[in-house]
Design a protein around this ligand. Structure first.
Ligand code: AMP
Length: 159
């Protein structure tokens, strides 16, 4: 699917092969464009980090690409190439500012995964021992030869 392409300076559509999407521009694009207020931690020409208004723990930050697309894998190569550096620096900042033992990094990549804002982003929030915040979902061992089957499927899908 061809993602929408937005100019964040003027927040207008530059190119799209599909009709306007009523949920675009996202709230994050409007914050990045200065139309809605946000508490920025940092910003460069590819990525910005801002505080989540409903934090899991104080200092919960969102790492958001300036390029607007819903899914992480649809981001342009330069944006993806810079992700590791920006994420590591954000994790370090959250940890240092919170004096935290640990940090969860979470991405909800699509509505079925819990994505509310259809603009790719990563969450980073501080964790402490016995903080009562559980990120638990049911996990079960593979049956029979399913481990091998799924490894083959993913290798075949790798590109
Ligand atoms: P997700 O469910 O992964 O799409 O997460 C979206 C996050 O965006 C939620 O944690 C919201 O609290 C956060 N959020 C929504 N609107 C704003 C806003 N105006 N400023 C900062 N964070 C926001």
């Amino acid at each position: 699917m061809q993602p929408n392409v937005w100019c964040l300076a003027c927040c207008s559509r530059l190119a799209s092969t599909r009709p306007p999407d009523p949920v675009m521009p996202s709230i994050f694009t409007r914050i990045l464009a200065g139309q809605v207020s946000g508490q920025f931690v940092f910003r460069d020409d590819l990525w910005a980090a801002l505080l989540d208004i409903r934090p899991v723990s104080p200092g919960h930050a969102l790492l958001i690409p300036l390029y607007e697309t819903q899914y992480l894998a649809d981001l342009p190569a330069p944006t993806l190439a810079a992700l590791g550096d920006r994420l590591a620096r954000l994790v370090r900042a959250v940890k240092t500012a919170s004096n935290a033992d640990a940090v969860n990094v979470v991405i909800n990549d699509g509505p079925a995964a819990g994505q509310e804002v259809p603009h790719a982003h990563l969450h980073a929030f501080a964790r402490f021992p016995e903080d009562g915040k559980r990120m638990a979902w049911p996990a079960t061992p593979y049956a029979g030869g399913d481990l091998n089957i799924w490894a083959d499927r993913l290798r075949a899908a790798w590109r």
